[in-house]
Design a protein around this ligand. Structure first.
Ligand SMILES: *Cc1c(COP(=O)(O)O)cnc(C)c1O
Length: 393
């Protein structure tokens, strides 16, 4: 049975029926503060903002948010999780909590683009930080970068969602720790079910709750998890309290509801993703398919070592120029044109359409690369949709 331990966490951890009048679904705590009979008790609670079960003000902590955090921490084998109002809020919080003015950051070239924009257009000009971009697949290149004075953080994403390149999390964590540098990985794509970066020595794992965890395209949120409880507590009492912003209670409740069905949704996504990717590799008009589940993936051995499965995100290169790729996705009826992914609805984009030449060169991909997200409409329906778009070529 897949996800034996995780299914118990998802269905039971932190639900605590007896605390909430035996309600099978815990309530949404839509309160901005918690009150006390005695000033001394209030002061006691306020002096321990990171203590579990200690609530004073909604910007520091909220019981519904904390239920979600407890489930995510357990799923990732972390000590503590901290939830934010967005995935970008979580990413920025991790950078702000581990870096200072003048810090040097080592970042993978194909991480989520807004993280690079935050580094390049904010951290560098405002805080005098420096960034070295690396492939993540060359440990010598990584070591040269890590050795720089002031190196504080390595930023990774595996797989990264253009050509689904993976990086060796265990080896990079070992190398970074040798130089006292912290490591961060965006684990959104695989969910806590298919990859546990903290068990591979990574310091901070991040998820956008807006994607597979929420699962219904109805919320924005993010979360950081670590085995380092002290680091997470410092994030709660500084970065999150002052500006990175806590997840809203209603969003936390929706995220818990989404999480309940994650194991069954993710298995369906994996089945559909595999079937669609394999069908595409056999299609005469397809040049290349990038999907971690294919035996032909150039990093298949590493993928087998660190991933427990594959989701339903992939990219495909057709024998077509960028405008023909756009015309192709415009002929798709079930795959809507939109960013994001992880919900029930299938999506298609041409993400490199306006990318810089150097980025295209690094990815060794066509400008007309199509990213496909397979939702829950069913494999046969999605294949039919793709087939009719191919017929129009
Ligand atoms: C969407 C996404 C983010 C950002 O999350 P938001 O909740 O939209 O801020 C970060 N990383 C990855 C891989 C994403 O897909």
């Amino acid at each position: 049975m897949e996800f034996r331990e995780e299914r118990i966490t998802i269905t039971h951890t932190a639900d605590e029926y007896d605390r909430y009048l035996n309600a099978v679904v815990p309530p949404v705590f839509l309160n901005s503060l918690h009150v006390y009979d005695r000033f001394e008790d209030y002061r006691e609670a306020a002096s321990n903002p990171c203590r579990e079960g200690s609530y004073v003000y909604g910007r520091d902590g909220n019981p519904t948010v904390h239920m979600l955090e407890r489930k995510i921490a357990e799923l990732e084998h972390g000590a503590r999780a901290v939830a934010f109002a967005s995935g970008m809020g979580a990413a920025a919080a991790a950078i702000m909590a581990t870096c200072q003015s003048g810090s040097h950051v080592i970042c993978m070239r194909d991480v989520y683009q807004p993280v690079k924009r935050f580094l390049n257009n904010f951290c560098v000009p405002r805080f005098g930080m420096t960034v070295t971009y690396v492939s993540g697949n060359d440990l010598d290149e990584m070591e040269t970068a890590i050795k720089k004075p002031g190196s504080s953080l390595v930023i990774l994403e595996s797989p990264a969602t253009f050509v689904f390149r993976v990086v060796d999390l265990t080896e990079i964590a070992k190398l970074a720790h040798r130089y006292g540098v912290k490591t961060y990985v965006d684990n959104t794509c695989l969910t806590p079910l298919f990859q546990k970066p903290l068990d591979m020595g990574i310091d901070i794992s991040m998820h956008t709750i807006s994607k597979y965890i929420g699962g219904h395209s109805d919320l924005i949120g993010g979360v950081l998890v670590s085995k380092d409880e002290e680091l997470m507590c410092s994030i709660i009492t500084t970065v999150r309290e002052w500006y990175a912003s806590i997840l809203g209670p209603m969003e936390a409740w929706l995220a818990i509801r989404g999480l309940r069905t994650l194991p069954v949704r993710i298995m369906e996504h994996q089945r559909t993703g595999m079937a669609v990717a394999e069908w595409l590799t056999r299609h005469p008009k397809v040049k290349r398919v990038h999907y971690t589940g294919l035996a032909s993936h150039p990093q298949a051995d590493l993928i087998r070592k660190q991933q427990k499965g594959h989701t339903s995100l992939m990219s495909v290169e057709l024998d077509a120029d960028p405008d023909a790729a756009v015309a192709f996705i415009n002929r798709l009826r079930l795959f809507e044109k939109g960013c994001s992914w992880g919900g029930y609805e299938s999506l298609a984009l041409v993400p490199l359409y306006a990318a810089k030449e150097e980025e295209i060169a690094f990815l060794k991909a066509e400008r007309g690369l199509i990213r496909l997200y397979c939702g829950l409409e069913g494999t046969e329906n999605l294949v039919d949709d793709l087939e009719s778009a191919f017929r129009g070529m």
